[in-house]
Design a protein around this ligand. Structure first.
Ligand SMILES: Nc1ncnc2c1ncn2[C@@H]1O[C@H](COP(=O)(O)OP(=O)(O)OP(=O)(O)O)[C@@H](O)[C@H]1O
Ligand SMILES: [Mg+2]
Length: 349
């Protein structure tokens, strides 16, 4: 083994300003995340203009803190990696320009990374977390379910950096459905964790929402489910003055039944795809993979196929995962030039 290889990774694709230092692609020396949740919670969603301004304010202190926490100086770094897409253009630009400045100033290689590949590579980071993969033991092909605020994709990973897209959502992403239904139920933003919390007090069998199976494809659809929840909520009476659900609406039961409907379809299709493509393991990735019901349900249906999920802090947006993905891209020879630009709708495949 050669000397340690350290990557400074930067992530600003949405509403978290994040920087991390990753050693040899897997050791997290630091992982700093400045969340704008409080800022956007007041409006029930992310405001792009406000998000990019908040990144501008946070980016330098966050990068500094990542270096201090990792106990490294500029000269200990070997590359700079940054999310170039998908995400909000104005947010991505802040990270990409910071990374270019550092790469230029320190004469370091620059790597633009796909945010979704980052979510997958959270599995190659060393953690002691229950349910996490041992990166050395992962064998291809792997079946990845990427479920986040903006994406819901089933991807077969054939090797490092080699992906086959099996299917994805035809309308709302799973996380988007959680966020919209959260708002509908009068829960705080982001809806995912709020629904999971409230659902624990509910009975998932009290109500039943429809599932869009889309037989014969690996695709998903969640917009009908959202409409179904809206219709049932309206059935309990008039909405309150601030759009709050009617007082009679049984929020915990509604949350539990909604969560069950999402988890049922995600778990079933993931497990079926893993079997169909003889995947060696299932990797859950993205913010929604923080959901405990989803984790449990995929595991209980997967039989002999191992199921892995990263610790919660590596499921939602962070820069450590970008550093892990960048390590494999660096090994494969990727180096980006100064023309490297943000790609808001960048695809994995
Ligand atoms: N415990 C949970 N249960 C369900 N959903 C959750 C949970 N925790 C977070 N989420 C959802 O995850 C999403 C945020 O995930 P993530 O940070 O990966 O998304 P994003 O970066 O906004 O989108 P993308 O990665 O597609 O660009 C939100 O929609 C949030 O509601
Ligand atoms: Mg994300």
């Amino acid at each position: 083994m050669g000397p340690a290889m350290r990557i400074l990774a930067i992530e600003t694709s949405c509403d978290e300003t994040a920087a991390a230092v990753i050693e040899d692609g897997r050791r997290i020396l630091s992982n700093v995340v400045a969340s704008q949740i409080d800022l956007h919670a007041r409006y029930g969603g992310v405001f792009p203009e406000m998000a990019s301004r908040a990144h501008i304010e946070a980016i330098v202190p966050v990068i500094r803190e990542a270096l201090v926490k990792a106990h490294v100086g500029w000269r200990d770094l070997h590359a700079v990696a940054v999310t170039r897409g998908p995400g909000l253009a104005g947010s991505l630009l802040v990270g990409v320009n910071a990374a270019k400045g550092i790469a230029l100033g320190r004469d370091l290689p620059l790597l633009g990374i796909n945010h979704l590949e980052g979510h997958i590579y959270a599995h190659w980071l060393e953690t002691e977390s229950e349910g996490a993969a041992d990166p050395d033991a992962l064998e291809f092909p792997l079946l990845c379910l990427i479920v986040s605020g903006g994406h819901t994709e089933l991807v077969l990973m054939q090797d490092h950096g080699r992906y086959q897209r099996l299917g994805g959502t035809r309308d709302d992403a799973a996380g988007e459905a959680f966020d919209k239904v959260g708002r509908l139920l009068g829960l705080p933003y982001p809806g995912g964790p709020a629904i999971e919390r409230v659902a624990q007090k509910g009975d998932p069998a009290r109500l039943r929402f429809p599932r869009a199976w889309l037989e014969g494809s690996w695709d998903f659809s969640f917009s009908g489910l959202k409409t179904a929840v809206l219709r049932v909520v309206r059935g309990y009476g008039e909405a309150g003055p601030d759009g709050r659900p009617p007082r009679q609406a049984p929020i915990p039961h509604l949350a539990a039944a909604f969560q069950e409907a999402v988890v049922d379809v995600l778990a079933e299709k993931t497990v079926q795809a893993a079997a169909a493509y003889q995947a060696k393991a299932i990797l859950l990735a993205g913010g929604v993979s923080a959901n405990r019901r989803l984790r449990e349900e995929v595991k209980s249906r997967a039989g002999d196929i191992p199921v892995y999920y990263p610790p919660i802090f590596l499921c939602t947006d962070n820069a450590a995962m970008i550093g892990a993905a960048a390590y494999y891209r660096f090994q494969a020879g990727q180096r980006d030039g100064w023309e490297m630009d943000v790609v808001p709708n960048l695809r994995l495949v």
